[in-house]
Design a binder for this molecule. Sequence first.
Ligand code: COA
Length: 172
Amino acid sequence: MQGKITRIRSLELNDLDTLFEWYNDHDFSYWISGNWPLITLLRREEFEQKFYDEDNNRYAITDIKGDLIGTIGFDQVNNSARSARLFIGIGQKDLWGQGYGTDSLRTFINYLFNQWNFHRLAVEMWEGNHRALSCYTGLGFIEEGRLRQAYYIDGKYYDGVILGLLKQDYQK
Ligand SMILES: CC(C)(COP(=O)(O)OP(=O)(O)OC[C@H]1O[C@@H](n2cnc3c(N)ncnc32)[C@H](O)[C@@H]1OP(=O)(O)O)[C@@H](O)C(=O)NCCC(=O)NCCS
């Protein structure tokens, strides 16, 4: 799938070493969940099982040259309601804040609404992740609720924020 500055393709076995590095990186894990080490205790083969064998709906994000820069995907599919939870991580930290997340999300959301025929997409993050919040709200996601003090990060509690996007609103 082709965006303006990113592409999305299937995840390949060759990508896993890079993903393993990203998911053991302090800053990356901090923004994803506030936790670190997040999955450092997973051995490489366990990581492969979780991220490659079991995670059927995770894709690779590359830049236009084809270099791997992140992953994107969905889980928590509800077939009858045609809804799912979306997730994304730009692992290449020097690219944060340059539009790569927005561009790949826009491409992926189009794909999920138009090809998979989802009706609703949701995302969850901790309230301190302002970059993710701006990125999602810029694409039309609306805050629907808070998980009060659901995250404990560096000695403080933070709310989880749930945002949602309906196909009909996105198409407008
Ligand atoms: C969250 C993430 C996907 C966003 O992608 P990105 O390419 O960095 O973001 P973009 O440049 O497309 O857009 C970021 C938005 O946040 C704003 N922003 C950038 N840096 C920011 C900062 N430090 N604080 C607050 N807002 C910031 C930008 O202005 C932009 O908003 P705008 O379009 O209204 O101007 C990416 O940063 C990432 O993967 N981070 C680490 C993992 C993570 O947080 N994943 C999401 C978990 S829910």
